[in-house]
Design a protein around this ligand. Structure first.
Ligand code: AHG
Ligand code: MN
Ligand code: MN
Length: 362
């Protein structure tokens, strides 16, 4: 059992972290605690499932609602977005917000004081699976509001991932967890449902550098670029292939759950750029999916990349910009980057899965 005598709460952890910066005013900690409260409120709604009447699509009686991504919004997408907004907007820490579920930046109402941070979030990641009771989560990223603009503009949010002040996610699984980095490693907290407190259960998380587990949606294989095909093919070839070891494959279709597995035991996740829809350079979004998860991976000794360049160096060009994403164990991600950099000459008869009767022949 979690004992409050033996473990730090999230509040204690944040206060102890802040003591390292005597000039800090505490705004930042208060913001993280508000974000954590929003996550607890979402966890509660998610946990009620069908009983809460929150499954299914938003505004179904009016033909449903579509977000800026062109995706049908679930009731829980909309509610989770509202919870994030309402619980964080009043505190005086934020200059503005951006979310997967809001087309344009959210302005802090004038009745509240404005702060110096920007909050960017995916209120419910993996929500297309919510009705089948798969683990889902919330992802967030905190940036400084470097400009003086009032109201905030889209431009204010277009900062490379290495400018993030903090990033994290909450995972609504068998237990609710909060994974957080304030730029000094990665810490994992488990929600004690009786106390309503996140307790520090996983200090100093590290992603193992090597791994034998990969995650990719193989139904897209005919659209993959050659370096991705090569990587997956070599994994599938197992012991008898060039890697000389067997690999395991996972696909939850809930990135936050895949990121968590990788933080716990290593592995690599790929949602690469592909040729499925030329208007979409990847499936996942840079500002509220790739960057915060990338920040956590790098802070835990892993790596995050577009396949070509480190994710956190990418200069964003749009609030809802999509991008190819590869993250996880450092050596695997570096290998994938290497394959992207090498000339494509491997695609030959030595490669059983792309040969005449191969699995991934196109
Ligand atoms: P969201 O629910 O926030 O739109 O994100 C879903 C994402 C991500 O969680 C997951 O990895 C991916 O979509 C799954 O995509 P496929 O359905 O193509 O497998
Ligand atoms: Mn998402
Ligand atoms: Mn989402």
């Amino acid at each position: 059992m979690s004992s409050i005598e033996q473990r730090s709460t999230l509040t204690q952890f944040l206060i102890e972290e802040r003591r390292r910066f005597p000039q800090a005013r505490g705004d930042f900690n208060a913001l993280i605690l508000d974000v954590a409260l929003a996550c607890k409120a979402i966890a509660k709604s998610v946990a009620f499932g069908e009983l809460g009447g929150l499954y299914g699509n938003h505004a179904e009686d009016q033909g449903g609602s579509i977000n800026v991504q062109g995706e049908t919004q679930k009731k829980l997408d909309v509610l989770s977005n509202q919870l994030f907004v309402r619980i964080t907007e009043w505190g005086g820490h934020l200059a503005g917000m951006a979310s997967e579920e809001m087309d344009t930046p959210y302005q802090i109402p004038t009745r509240f004081p404005r702060g110096k941070y920007l909050l960017v979030f995916d209120p419910l990641d993996g929500s297309s699976n919510i009705d089948v009771n798969v683990s889902v989560g919330s992802i967030f990223s905190i940036l400084r509001h470097v400009g003086q603009s009032d109201p905030v503009t889209e431009q204010d949010f277009l900062q490379p991932g290495n400018q993030q002040v903090a990033a994290g996610y909450a995972l609504y699984g068998p237990t609710t967890m909060l994974i957080l980095s304030v730029g000094n490693g990665v810490s994992g907290f488990t929600l004690d449902p009786h106390l309503g407190e996140f307790m520090l259960t996983h200090p100093r998380l590290k992603v193992p550098e090597q791994s034998q587990e990969f995650a990719i949606n193989a139904s897209n294989s005919r659209f993959w670029e050659a370096p991705v095909k090569r990587y997956v093919d070599e994994c599938l070839a197992g012991k008898t292939g060039p890697r000389g070891k067997d690999f395991n494959m996972r696909w939850i279709a809930s990135m936050v759950a895949e990121a968590h597995r990788i933080l716990m035991r290593g592995g690599v996740f790929l949602y690469p750029r592909d040729s499925k829809d030329p208007s979409k350079p990847g499936r996942l979004r840079l500002l509220y999916e790739a960057n915060p998860i990338g920040f956590l991976m790098e802070q835990a000794g892993g790596r995050a990349s577009t396949g070509q360049v480190p994710m956190l160096t990418v200069q964003p060009t749009g609030l809802h910009q999509r991008i190819g994403l590869v993250f996880g164990s450092k050596e695997e991600v570096e290998r994938i980057e290497r394959y992207h950099a090498e000339p494509v000459e491997w695609h030959d008869e030595h490669n059983p899965l792309f040969s005449e009767r191969g699995l991934f022949r196109d």
